[in-house]
Design a protein. Structure first.
Length: 234
């Protein structure tokens, strides 16, 4: 008896081998710690890059300052960095557009703004700026639904800060050494600051229809409703 492999059978075997290879790559590129490393606590997550039915990303912040960006379409870790202190808040300026800006808040009385449009390939990094705020933990940042360039941060000292991002004249330039595109950061302007509580403010959300109306909660077991006036003119 002779066994003759048909072209269709060979094609099926080839496809199975390719599928196994892809699965092994996906398993290697995950959020799991490498062998011998201690698993870190994940303190914050945010979805983004959902501009069509296929694209999805999730960004995670960890207790040791790690930030990891995972592409859910390919199940691969596509970018990571470290901000040297625990990351307690993350938010893209919009979830349903191609990645634009990412605000990261941390324990060290600072927040960072990353320009996620241009990845500098040689060192696999995004341009960013760092801003001191609240003189205490910056618990979170929440972007205004009506204007993605305006956001509020909440502080461990009970204050709320309102910021606006000003874009640069050009968002990317050619690296003089490698020729690769590098992102260019703009500037952050603080529009207002107000003390709302004697305890840390740990949650805030904007009204999706009434521009400027928000609700926040603090560790003094209170829920506060506030409004920022003239928000449409900034």
């Amino acid at each position: 008896m002779e066994l003759i492999a048909s072209p269709s059978l060979l094609l099926l075997l080839l496809l199975l081998l390719l599928l196994l290879l892809l699965c092994s790559v996906c398993l290697q590129s995950s959020l799991e710690p490498a062998p011998g490393q201690t698993a870190r606590d994940c303190w914050s997550v945010s979805f983004g890059n959902s501009f069509n039915d296929a694209e999805r990303t999730v960004v995670c912040g960890y207790d040791n300052g790690d930030i990891k960006l995972l592409c859910l379409k390919t199940n691969k870790l596509v970018w990571e960095t470290n901000v040297s202190n625990g990351v307690v808040g993350l938010q893209f300026d919009r979830k349903d557009i191609p990645m634009n800006k990412l605000v990261v808040t941390s324990l060290e009385s600072k927040f960072r703004v990353y320009d996620m449009r241009t990845l500098h390939e040689p060192d696999h990094s995004y341009a960013h700026l760092s801003e001191a705020a609240h003189k205490s933990t910056v618990w979170l940042a929440r972007h205004l639904p009506q204007n993605r360039d305006v956001w509020m941060t909440t502080g461990g000292n009970g204050t709320l800060n309102l910021y606006k991002y000003e874009y640069p004249a050009q968002r990317s330039i050619a690296d003089p050494e490698s020729g690769a595109k590098r992102g260019v950061m703009g500037q952050v302007q603080m529009l207002n600051s107000r003390k709302f509580s004697d305890q840390p403010i740990v949650a805030l959300d904007w009204h999706t229809d009434k521009a400027g109306l928000f609700v926040c909660t603090a560790l003094d077991q209170t829920v506060k409703i506030g409004i920022t006036t003239k928000i449409g003119s900034v």
